[in-house]
Design a protein around this ligand. Structure first.
Ligand SMILES: NC(=O)c1ccc[n+]([C@@H]2O[C@H](COP(=O)([O-])OP(=O)(O)OC[C@H]3O[C@@H](n4cnc5c(N)ncnc54)[C@H](OP(=O)(O)O)[C@@H]3O)[C@@H](O)[C@H]2O)c1
Length: 297
């Protein structure tokens, strides 16, 4: 039996300093992947790297960027590109729900930037490496909270000027995750790179602690939440299992493809989000995908 199915593969897990991301990084390393552990705080990254190293997998690497700063995301990607010529697994996991409306240095609402825009930029910047791996997998950690954004993304108020509500803002960011995962799958069809979204379940992590009044309700729910170990199962499965090789454009819950909300299937909304995300992150318009593919041909 092959005990290390990911031997020789390189994986990047964002938000790997805590909760679901940390366990995902540990499991991928155990399976033999060289894991790049992303975080925003040096001390927390060092702690996570030590935990991932203790699984006995290949020595993990560290990558630092505060996703509230797009220039930090760009700089981190440049470092990763300098170190690696391919990326087999990208788990877009970092995320937060914010109690207050905070505008980033890039002029975006923080939840939308950290949960969606930073990952849009990161995935675009690392696309040449994903394409070079041929059968790479992009796993974007969304949430069933995306269903609460039943009316779709409010494109006219992406900075949430009108009425800031932490959960509604988070729900829209998580809908953006699903729309992005599906649109990426369509744009990468035929390249061998797959893109899927996952919902990890209600998980006992540090998530939800800085969300104002929402945190109180969430704290009451803690006894009913699952462990980070269980919460990471679907991310790890979609990132690594041979069962789902080649499967793309799906939303997974409990390791099974499930339907996401009706509005998440809107190709118009996905294209609009993609175009706006390009503008807001400064990703070179339209040319990105063909240029990246030519670079690896
Ligand atoms: N917990 C749940 O019930 C649940 C349910 C559905 C979906 N999710 C999703 O699962 C993912 C992981 O969340 P979790 O539950 O594991 O929460 P967590 O324990 O709070 O972990 C979140 C991770 O994201 C990182 N992060 C937060 N803000 C960041 C920023 N500005 N820049 C860079 N990294 C940042 C955190 O870094 P620090 O360690 O520095 O804070 C941490 O590594 C999120 O996308 C979340 O939306 C969670």
């Amino acid at each position: 039996m092959q005990t290390r199915p990911l031997e020789g593969k390189v994986a990047l897990v964002t938000g790997a300093t805590s909760g679901i991301g940390l366990v995902t990084a540990e499991r991928l390393a155990e399976m033999g992947a060289v894991v790049v552990v992303h975080g925003r705080d040096r001390g927390r990254i060092d702690g996570a790297v030590a935990r991932v190293a203790s699984t006995g997998g290949p020595p993990p690497e560290a990558a630092m960027a505060d996703f509230a700063s797009l220039s930090q995301v760009r700089a981190m990607c440049a470092t990763i590109r300098a170190r690696h010529d391919r990326l087999d697994i990208l788990v877009n996991n970092a995320g937060l729900i914010n109690g207050r409306r905070v505008i980033t240095e890039d002029g975006n609402e923080t939840t939308f930037q950290v949960d969606h825009l930073a990952h849009f930029l990161l995935t675009s910047e690392l696309l040449p490496l994903l394409l070079a791996a041929r059968e790479a997998r992009v796993v974007t950690v969304s949430s069933n909270a995306h269903e609460s954004a039943w009316a779709g993304i409010d494109f006219d108020d992406l900075t949430r000027r009108r009425a800031y509500n932490p959960y509604r803002t988070y729900a829209q960011a998580k809908l953006a995750n699903v729309l992005f995962a599906y649109e990426l799958a369509r744009r990468l069809a035929g390249t061998g790179v797959t893109s899927n979204a996952v919902h990890p379940g209600g998980v006992r992590t540090r998530w939800g602690r800085e969300a104002g009044a929402f945190s109180i309700g969430w704290a009451l729910a803690r006894p009913f939440l699952v462990s980070a170990e269980l919460g990471a199962r679907t991310s790890v499965y979609v990132a690594s299992s041979t069962d789902v090789a080649g499967l793309t454009g799906e939303y997974f819950v409990e390791c099974r493809p499930r339907s996401s909300s009706p509005v998440s299937y809107s190709e118009d909304a996905a294209r609009r989000l993609w175009d706006i995300s390009e503008t807001l992150t400064g990703v070179a318009s339209k040319a990105t995908l063909p240029a990246a593919m030519e670079a690896t041909a």
